[in-house]
Design a protein around this ligand. Sequence first.
Ligand SMILES: [Fe+2]
Length: 278
Amino acid sequence: MSSSLLESVVPEGRTLPVFPYAALGVIELAGSPGVTARKLAEAAKLDGALASRVLEMANSAYFYSGRFPIQTVERACVQLGLSRLVDVLTTTTIERFFRAFVSVKREIRGLFWRRAVTTAIACRMLCEKESERLGTLGYALGLLENVGQLVLMQFRPEETRRVRSAVEAGAPLLESEHEVYGFDHTSVSAELFRTWGFPEELIQAADTHHDKDGSTLAHAGELAECYAACYLLRTPIPTYASWTLATPVPDDFVRDGDFDRDMQALLHRALEQLRIRA
Ligand SMILES: [Fe+2]
């Protein structure tokens, strides 16, 4: 898929919200084998708001019980540890990015954000069974694998309404997207990842996160999306938003059952599937 895809999505005279520079550095580093908390501290220092957030988190009672406050970003990063640091850095910067999609209704953006964070947490849990490095990539994938949907809502509202009507009438989301736009949200997400210079592993995972034969990372991305759908369908989200969920919730997961038990069972099932594919 070429960058002409994005050119065809974004009308002339309009531009995509700028992806935060600091988040790019973090995601790039998170995918490299020798990453350390100290290296990530360099990326965090590029963004004042981000550096303050890292200091605030590291000094919170949950992470620190020392007598003297932590005053440097480097020490704060080491205190938080690699996994937590990637979570804080990517979540803080990407939340700001999501808010820039101003043509999308606030409630929908809110839903997207909650779904993204839930997917990211679940994706990390699945991927870190293989390695810490895959766990950090999984977190970034979960946060952003559906960003293509936001872009389509922002720039192609009329077609998005048609997709929504088709899904609400019972058609699967991906098929409806193909029918209306000529492609689906996975291609748009992957193209954005490519434009932002993400690691190839993440680009491929975004592109194939609803394919049957994707990588372990891609498969974890879809399972995590399913986990997030189960979660969101049990919260009082507006019913108009449920059409955005691409992955059908398994039939045996009843919506009024025990949430924690079902989540455990879903996670267990996901881990079994990943073991087979790993
Ligand atoms: Fe998706």
